[in-house]
Design a binder for this molecule. Structure first.
Ligand SMILES: *[C@@H]1O[C@H](CO)[C@@H](O)[C@H](O)[C@H]1NC(C)=O
Ligand SMILES: *[C@@H]1O[C@H](CO)[C@@H](O)[C@H](O)[C@H]1NC(C)=O
Length: 112
């Protein structure tokens, strides 16, 4: 149920973004994009993983690593994992939510 809801959000925000509506969802998408470009591209430019290339941010890789959900991404960004640092102290909850939604959206729509 949660997954369905997340997918719905992803599709819905993609729809809003593609119709260029100014709305909370598209602003969140842009906020997530901004946070990603400032905090994540050092290792994840274009959805890559410069440290462990198969653990990139493509849909397949996220699925293979049980990371294809908003909750899993939020958890990893907040707490870190392996060599990836924790961002919980550096970013607000809203920032983390937005960047997780952005990552999931890029993966879902193969937009990296
Ligand atoms: C992370 O992103 C925020 C919001 O875009 C930015 O203000 C901040 O400087 C970034 N932090 C780092 C460590 O890059
Ligand atoms: C991303 O990860 C997937 C699955 O692990 C892999 O098949 C693919 O080659 C990777 N892509 C890049 C560009 O490294």
């Amino acid at each position: 149920m949660q997954l369905l809801f997340n997918l719905f959000i992803v599709f819905f925000s993609t729809f809003l973004f593609s119709t260029q509506n100014i709305s909370a969802q598209s602003l969140d998408f842009n906020a997530g994009k901004e946070i990603f470009s400032q905090n994540c591209t050092a290792c994840h430019e274009g959805g890559q993983n410069v440290v462990v290339s198969e653990k990139n941010l493509s849909k397949n890789a996220l699925e293979d690593n049980d990371m294809y959900s908003i909750d899993a991404i939020i958890n990893q960004v907040t707490n870190g994992k392996g060599i990836m640092p924790a961002f919980g102290a550096r970013l607000s909850d809203d920032d983390i939510q937005n960047v997780a939604q952005y990552v999931l959206n890029q993966a879902e729509t193969s937009s990296w």
